[in-house]
Write a protein that binds this ligand. Sequence first.
Ligand code: ADP
Length: 507
Amino acid sequence: MSARFNPAAFRAFAAAIGQEWVMTGDDDRLAFADHFAADENKHLPSGALSPASAEEVREIVRIANRYKVPLWPISRGKNFGYGGAAPVLKGAVVLDLSRMKQIEVDRENGTVLVEPGVGFFDLYDYLQANKIPLWLSVPGNSWGSVAGNALDRGVGYTSYGDHASRICGLEVVLPDGDLVRTGMGAMQGSPTWNLYRNGFGPGWDAMFCQSNFGIVTKLGLWLMPEPEAVAGYDYEFDKPDDLGWAIDTIMPLRREGLIQQSPSIGNWLRSAAVMTTREQWTSDKGPLDEKVVTAIRERFKIGWWSVQIRFYGHLDVVEASMRVLDRAFDKQPILSKKPALWKRGDPPEGSPVTGVPVTFPLANANWHGGRGGHLGYSPVLPPRGDLAMDQFKRTYALYQKYGMDYHASFSMSERSLVNVNQLLYDKDDPGMMGRVDAMFRALVADAKSLNYGEYRTHIDYMDLVAGTYDFNDRALLRLNQRVKDALDPNGVVAPGKSGIWPKVMRS
Ligand code: ADP
């Protein structure tokens, strides 16, 4: 299935927002492709539009309905590993909101209202330039937008790292062009839009996350007041088997709220793939042998697994938390621990754990050389060490079977583990690219055999993953589709997002 280029619709778009913001050339279309895909053509849009305001978005949506043109809204379109800027449906028109860059900060209450084009770097610079003592939570690779990342349920490393849970109030253009504000924003002139989440009646913020029910034009987000101190440890663990007890040591502290960020315990390739390329370690194309793994670990002074744990807040409280953490790890066979301490007034640490945006993790796409890329695979597990060990062993075996280098982490939230894996590849290696799809499908099937679902997925696999949520003959998908049909009968907003297709496109 694909959508065809519609010249009349594009003329109407140009009349609405100006010809210069309507992009239909081959180069333009390629700019919005999925650059990590083996076949960039598969999800190529038929063009892109870049409106400057919510009013222009509304006009575009009305035109899209008139001509039945499917749109694919993006904020900055840097969702690499999940499809980048590209639409699920080939030929859909990318609605690039990156020109909309308004920032409104409520300094006293620690909130920001951002438009979709505001990047993490934009907001960081704005806070610094205006000397506003509020901190961001940024994803490891922070070149995307604050709004797009939160809407797709991206994560960061501070105690505000569950970005979707910090959303408070949205402005949304609905598929028919209506404009709605959620929560307290539903009241004209409300001073509590970005302060009180629930509003009155059903809550809609979550309905616009990973969904295709509307186009978000403003997003309220809570920011962390700059803490007096950040302290913690970087722990290293020697053996693969240490994963189990490490999780069982950290999880109770996470559950009871002593640890408020989501520690992410990851393997040695996380560092090596960012700092070096594979050919610096071996010319052997097969699985990395123990000698290579040992050499990598020695060079970076890391364990088989590493985890950073951090506390944020008043120095007294942070120091007390450190003592509790010390006691918890007291008798455990850690390989090493390195203390970290930042105090207000110190220069910024320059790392995501202190809310500073960075892009260097993107370098991992270069691990194999060639035109690199990666694909994310992220099932959610109950937070138990033994289950994590089983998950690790089964997944590791699949990496071995398909001849890929194991790259994984387990992120610990209050009541779950998210096992984020990356398949790093070289798009110029046809043999390797021939294995990626089969391996991904095997991973999803493996997770499904234990009824673990993925929290997020690449545009190629949205139907596959949505299909694994199969209670009562996929009742949730059917509910999503009923809402979709009610709001968007012409299917103009992001058809296929999260496996949700409008009636006109369901076979
Ligand atoms: P980033 O800006 O971090 O690069 P993207 O723009 O790639 O993030 O957004 C990630 C995904 O979230 C997109 O593929 C799209 O499905 C959805 N999305 C992003 N921005 C919006 C928005 N303003 N309204 C609705 N959905 C959005």
